[in-house]
Write a protein that binds this ligand. Structure first.
Ligand SMILES: C[S@@+](CC[C@H](N)C(=O)[O-])C[C@H]1O[C@@H](n2cnc3c(N)ncnc32)[C@H](O)[C@@H]1O
Length: 413
């Protein structure tokens, strides 16, 4: 037990690569804690009858093992650490007891005094991790952490909003649509980061970097607005309603969206919904995956003497779908770079259509999966072969397809 007179905790940096960590619970706390465990390379076993959509996305992507049931002590066999992320104190105490019996450190979200390990407030700067323990007071730890973060230069000066719409309401509530960047948590803008640290409610998409959520204060309400294809989803109207309701209740709301909010992100609809409801709304641009993901894979979207234009299109609809707004026949005639988002499912039809309208089958093509993250994969091919190559390599979304001579612009001949 720890208390005012108990000794100080002993700080450690756990090297979890390949080591089993058990997380008990599948709600908001687990959603925040799991990304940092995965980032540390832990072999995560999640035990919970239910999961949030964000956790389910980790399961679907094969990043962690999930046991869809309640905890049993045998779950701790072979574990180095356990994180209890359930509200039910009796259930949490049972996990603690099983952990103590096996000499496994146990972090408890429900009761810090009953835990044998505490998670610090963290700020990460490249290879440097600063972890702060506040003597049992998480708010003190976060205050010190925020001051250190500011010193280390991640917190920028207060900036004027780029876009303000709507008639201000006197509750003080407001919404910021913030682009989180393409995946690397350090690619959020200084302004986006500052607003995130000020938020009382964060409504996050599936593609936002998990480590950004890990650094949020525990009292921040996290709403998971994941729109997983063919999986659980919340309708856009529901998201709009949550933004407006929370702001009207006086909350500072950040709508955190992957990449840039206005690039296939439905940010415009959310801005209009807030403006129509009289809620002040700010847009903070983000680094879009359309440019950044090819870039980190060594593909510049333009290059002197190679491409004087680039076109970004969505491939979520097949070229012959009646609802498609894309002139694939016209795109086939362009000389520049074609960047296709959400195009994996329809890649065979898209490449066949481009070739049928005159684009040479030997035009270089590249596909980059999960760009800017530690899971990034890159495949280089040609327009004629890319669909088959993607299938053979089992690439999966999120991925970006780039077609054009820029694919080899930076690779030695
Ligand atoms: C709904 S769109 C949102 C795009 C986002 N607003 C942006 O500006 O990057 C989602 C698509 O973006 C692409 N995407 C986003 N992040 C990516 C990443 N890290 N690696 C590869 N593709 C990514 C994929 O094509 C994915 O299906």
């Amino acid at each position: 037990m720890t208390g005012p007179t108990s000794p100080s905790p002993y700080p450690l940096g756990l090297r979890l690569d390949g080591r089993r960590v058990v997380v008990v619970g599948g709600g908001a706390v687990a959603t925040r804690r799991v990304p940092a465990l995965l980032d540390a390379g832990a072999d995560v076993l999640l035990v919970s009858p239910e999961l949030t959509p964000a956790l389910r996305a980790h399961v679907d992507a094969g990043r962690l093992h999930w046991e869809p049931r309640r905890f049993t002590p045998g779950d701790l066999d072979g574990a180095w650490l356990v994180q209890v992320a359930v509200d039910d104190r009796t259930a949490a105490a049972a996990v603690s007891a099983a952990a103590a019996e096996r000499r496994i450190f146990c972090v408890r979200a429900d009761d810090r005094t009953a835990a044998s390990a505490w998670t610090p407030a963290v700020t990460r700067h490249g290879p440097v991790t600063v972890a702060v323990l506040g003597g049992g007071d998480p708010r003190r730890a976060m205050g010190v952490r925020d001051a250190i973060r500011a010193l280390l230069g991640r917190k920028g000066p207060p900036l004027t909003p780029a876009v303000e719409e709507g008639t201000p309401v006197d509750t003080g509530g407001r919404v910021a649509l913030v682009g989180s960047g393409p995946g690397d948590p350090e690619l959020i803008t200084v302004k986006g980061w500052r607003l995130l640290t000020e938020a009382e409610v964060v409504v996050a998409d599936r593609l936002v970097p998990g480590l950004l959520l890990d650094e949020m204060r525990p009292d921040v309400e996290l709403v998971d607005a994941s729109k997983i294809p063919y999986g659980p989803s919340r309708a856009q109207e529901e998201i709009n309603r949550i933004l407006v309701d929370r702001a009207r209740a006086g909350k500072v709301v950040v709508r955190l969206k992957g990449g840039d909010p206005y690039v296939f992100g439905r940010g415009g609809e959310e801005l209009l919904a807030c403006a129509e409801a009289g809620v002040p709304v700010t847009v903070v641009p983000g680094v879009t995956s359309a440019i950044a993901v090819p870039e980190v894979a060594g593909v510049p979207v333009t290059h002197r003497g190679v491409a004087h234009e680039f076109t970004v299109v969505s491939g979520h609809l097949a070229p012959d779908a009646p609802a498609s707004l894309v002139r694939w026949d016209a795109l086939a005639g362009l000389r520049g770079t074609l960047v296709i988002l959400m195009g994996l499912k329809n890649l065979a039809a898209i490449s066949a259509t481009l070739i049928a309208h005159g684009k040479p089958a030997d035009t270089p093509a590249a596909v980059i999966q999960e760009g800017t993250t530690s899971a990034q994969r890159t495949l280089r091919s040609t327009l004629g072969a890319v669909a088959a190559d993607v299938e053979a390599a089992a690439l999966r979304p999120p991925a970006i397809v780039v077609v054009g001579d820029v694919v080899h612009a930076l690779t030695p001949a």
